[in-house]
Write a protein that binds this ligand. Structure first.
Ligand code: GLN
Length: 475
């Protein structure tokens, strides 16, 4: 069922060949049989069954009133709030916490009759590239369980890869939707910054965070993006631009100028096979009538340092709210306030989160602010200007999603800097706020997968959907 489009599923529903209850039961069975992969933090089993029954009844009674996502089953990353359901950011800090309100994205999904089946595992507070930094232990790659699925939305990617739902919502601050999607052989998409409201998304770095989508059918992803995008009184940074009909307007015949970012394909740590496979995809686009334009990118070496200075700074500020007083983990047997803060945070946060809070506090501290934080902000502007320049020549920019295949669980855990450096391909879209989509390259010689990444200018997601649908058609 997992590769069927929603359109096909809705056709079967209309012919009475299948019911929503059967769809949900199938997914729940799959969740049960893939338990060892550690995909979900919480499964809303009984509730999903009840909702499915209610939707089947609603369809019988008032078929003309069905929402656009009728028949769709969605997982949400454990950083997305759903009223009266647990949300923990995969952290001990929030274990046992329940959302008091729903994120705007979740509300809009429910309004269109989607079913939310559970929350997926991730790196704690979305900080990581491997899903190894979760309070609940690592999620495993369904193709090779001894390997990471990528991160931080690792559970989200595997929830789709293993066929436990049709679409997963993740979050992408520096690649967390695209990189795990590429490692799990599925499509991952981060829209323009501000396309989707961040209301109810647990903050990591607010000027970078964006909800993203993981799926296997381009059309379904376009439809879901259409449903959850758009202005929202609860998020002052969300765009008021009208939301285009992403789904209806998919046009695989649109011819584009596709810039090929050679500086990334020629990166010293670039895996040779991923490079060959990506280039083959680009050639197939050329054969389909697209024009390839070679491009270079001068600021490549500044991307990762700039990203880590700014995101850790924002994180140190965002995570200051977890103090043991208002909500979240509270240390026991404490008599003074300062020890309460210290002990609660020491006990509640994991290693990687602490490392980033300390880094962020350092780059913001007086004496270092100008040298790090302010300089990084200037560099972000330089990077954006360079990207703007490239988009005056092309419609879409292509580069790999990752420099290598997934690693074995535990292998790179000891060297954070090497893992940070591997984010070079994905952070560029977040630094510039532009949309990007990772399309799967299929399996390589070691039976591992990776992706090719397509970026467009802000609010031009339609270019990405058109190319993704074309590649899907050519497969
Ligand atoms: N790997 C990146 C990081 O660790 C991206 C995380 C994200 O997008 N949430 O910050």
């Amino acid at each position: 069922m997992e590769n069927q489009s929603l359109k096909e599923i809705q056709l079967q529903l209309s012919r009475g060949k299948i019911s929503v209850l059967e769809i949900v039961a199938n997914y729940l069975k799959k969740i049960e049989s893939t338990k060892d992969l550690n995909i979900y933090v919480n499964v809303f089993k009984d509730e999903a069954i009840e909702k499915a029954k209610a939707l089947d009844q609603k369809y019988k009674d008032t078929p003309e009133q069905m929402g656009r996502l009728f028949g769709m089953v969605i997982s949400i990353k454990d950083v997305i709030c759903y009223k009266d359901h647990p949300v923990t950011a995969a952290s001990k800090m929030l274990s046992g916490f329940e959302s008091m309100y729903s994120s705007t994205a979740v509300e809009r999904l429910l309004k269109e009759d989607a079913i939310i089946i559970g929350t997926t595992n991730c790196d704690e507070f979305a900080m990581g590239s491997s899903n190894e930094h979760s309070y609940y232990g690592p999620t495993k790659n369904a193709d090779a369980p001894e390997y990471i699925p990528g991160g931080s939305s690792g559970g989200a990617a595997v929830s789709v890869q293993a066929g436990t739902c049709s679409i997963a919502l993740g979050s992408d601050t520096g690649g967390s939707v695209r990189q795990p999607a590429s490692f799990c052989n599925v499509i991952g998409m981060k829209p323009t910054y501000g396309r989707i409201s961040r209301h109810g998304l647990i903050a990591y770095a607010s000027s970078f965070d964006q909800i993203g989508l993981i799926g296997t059918v381009t059309e379904d992803m376009a439809l879901v993006l259409e449903v959850i995008s758009g202005s929202d009184e609860y998020d002052s940074t969300v765009s008021r631009n009208p939301v285009p009909g992403f789904y209806q307007n998919i046009d695989i015949d649109q011819k584009m100028k596709v810039g090929v970012l050679n500086s990334f394909f020629e990166h010293s740590r670039m895996n040779a096979e991923i490079k060959i496979k990506s280039k083959a995809v680009l050639e197939s686009l050329q054969e389909a009538g697209h024009e390839l334009v070679p491009l270079d990118f001068k600021s490549i070496d500044y991307l990762v340092p700039c990203y880590y200075v700014l995101t850790t700074a924002e994180a140190s500020s965002n995570l200051s709210r977890y103090d043991g007083v208002k909500y979240g983990h509270r240390a026991q047997n404490i008599t003074d306030l300062e020890s309460l803060y210290k002990r609660s945070r020491t006990e509640g946060f994991g290693m990687e989160v602490k490392r980033r809070i300390m880094l962020g506090t350092f780059v913001l501290s007086s004496g270092y602010y100008d040298a790090y934080f302010e300089k990084a902000q200037k560099i972000r502007k330089i990077v954006k200007d360079e990207i703007d320049g490239l988009f005056s020549k092309v419609d879409v920019i292509a580069l790999p999603t990752s420099m290598d295949y997934p690693w074995r669980i535990g292998d790179e855990n000891q060297d954070p800097v090497s893992v940070y450096l591997s984010d070079v391909f994905t952070v560029i879209a977040n630094l510039c706020g532009i949309p990007a989509l990772s399309y799967p390259l299929g399996y390589g010689s070691e039976n591992m997968s990776s992706g090719i990444q397509l970026m467009s200018n802000s609010f031009e997601e339609h270019h990405l959907f058109n190319l993704s649908a074309l590649l899907q058609n050519m497969a």
